[in-house]
Design a protein around this ligand. Structure first.
Ligand SMILES: NC(=O)c1ccc[n+]([C@@H]2O[C@H](COP(=O)([O-])OP(=O)(O)OC[C@H]3O[C@@H](n4cnc5c(N)ncnc54)[C@H](O)[C@@H]3O)[C@@H](O)[C@H]2O)c1
Length: 387
């Protein structure tokens, strides 16, 4: 089988997402499977160029995985004629200028979210990508989670009747870093370094709500920094200047009300780290990362409010599990495969990629308006972006 080598610059590959999800679980996994079949049956073969700031780390990482191409010089990597795609998993603040350099170098661009730090910058990147005629995409991994795929299947199958509301609960306890190491990088808790849970999570909620349910018409958010001081990777105490919890209400087109709590200062008494309950006239569902449970109107119990009695119903047991019915691959890998086919086969051959910079810009916009709403203590409409 002939191979189509496709050069990919991976920037930020030493980070949590860049290494685990994008390098190991996606691109190396595609190579381990022998390549990705393209439309004509040839195998798309990712040729990787690792880019980062620390030569020692890059060299070690490359050696560990039998890779030979790495550099600390992004411009040199972008100048390589054998490179077609630039991928960015750096800290968010470094993203805009690197993507701009990649667009200027004529490369296709795929990137972690958020696309940029503010809406103007995201819109500008979208325009630049379009006028350069390159292909562009933003990671929207939650759409590819088994739990949300099953939820989408229920929606497409008309399970809910008219959807009334969505309630999302995301979060877990992120240790402060003193007596137990924090399980997230410290920049996430410093506003000046691009941190904050709104900037991190609202881009996800934007595409989940818009693509599963309906476009978002307004946002109202209350935010908090519940843990004011934390301890960083070097054991130094620092002031947490970014929001670590956000309580958001989103009104969707058609009257669906969505509420999503996002917090790094909650303890989990749920089945999964994120769960969405969807209630409709004909049925309800609770979808997590992997699982999805449903209750149809015909099996809905009729509890009567009486606080004097112990609980009368085994509420959890009254839900049914939605079967997989298909294999679910890693969500990041599934989206990489679609982007690679988009680049190699093209939308004209059925390889469309709707999760582009315009979609990414809408995610940044929701985060920005969420923060503004919290600052001003009011609900804000979401205007259409001029893209
Ligand atoms: N899709 C998702 O579910 C998801 C989850 C977490 C993070 N992310 C996104 O991925 C990106 C990286 O997040 P992460 O959690 O992997 O972070 P991380 O701190 O683990 O990694 C950051 C990477 O950026 C590099 N970097 C470049 N310039 C830097 C600078 N000036 N300061 C610090 N690091 C610098 C680091 O070397 C490292 O490779 C962020 O944009 C974040 O929003 C996405």
């Amino acid at each position: 089988m002939s191979r189509i080598p496709i050069g990919i610059v991976l920037n930020g590959v030493t980070g949590r997402m860049g290494y685990r999800q994008h390098l190991v679980r996606s691109l190396l996994a595609i190579r381990e499977e022998g390549g990705l079949p393209s439309r004509d049956g040839s195998l798309i073969w990712p040729e990787l160029v690792l880019v980062g700031r620390n030569a020692d780390k890059l060299e070690q990482l490359a050696q560990r995985h039998g890779l030979t191409e790495w550099t600390t010089d992004l411009d040199a990597a972008l100048a390589r004629p054998d490179v077609q795609i630039y991928f960015d998993a750096q800290v968010t603040q470094q993203r805009e200028k690197a993507i701009r350099a990649a667009i200027d170098a004529g490369k296709h661009v795929y990137t972690e979210k958020p696309l940029a730090e503010d809406t103007d910058a995201a819109v500008a990147l979208c325009r630049a990508a379009r006028s350069a005629g390159i292909k562009h995409g933003v990671v929207q991994d939650k759409l590819f989670l088994p739990g949300l795929r099953k939820l989408k299947r229920l929606i497409d199958g008309g399970f809910f009747g008219r959807i009334l509301s969505v309630r999302g609960e995301f979060g877990y306890w992120v240790f402060e870093g003193d007596w137990q190491a924090a399980q997230r990088p410290s920049w996430n808790y410093r506003a000046a370094d691009g941190g904050g849970i709104v900037v991190d999570m609202f881009p996800h909620w934007q595409y989940v709500l818009e693509q599963l349910f309906a476009p978002i018409r307004s946002v109202q958010a209350t935010i908090a920094t519940h843990i004011p001081t934390r301890v960083d990777e070097l054991g130094q105490q620092y002031e947490a200047t970014a929001d670590d919890a956000a309580y958001g209400t989103f009104e969707l087109e058609g009257g669906i009300v969505a509420q999503i709590n996002s917090s790094w200062a909650v303890r989990v008494r749920r089945d999964e780290l994120v769960e969405f309950q969807v209630d409709g006239t004909h049925g309800s569902a609770v979808a997590g990362l992997r699982e999805c449970h449903v209750q149809h109107r015909g099996t809905t119990p009729k509890p009567v409010w009486n606080p004097d009695l112990p609980v009368t119903e085994p509420f959890r047991a009254q839900w049914q599990s939605v079967p997989d019915n298909e294999p679910f691959d890693n969500g990041f890998k599934a989206q990489w495969e679609l982007f690679l086919r988009h680049v190699v086969d093209g939308p004209e051959n059925g390889a469309a990629f709707p999760w582009d910079f315009a979609a990414g810009a809408r995610g940044v916009q929701l985060a920005e308006l969420g923060l503004q709403s919290a600052r001003e203590g009011r609900r804000l409409d979401i205007p259409a972006l001029d893209l």
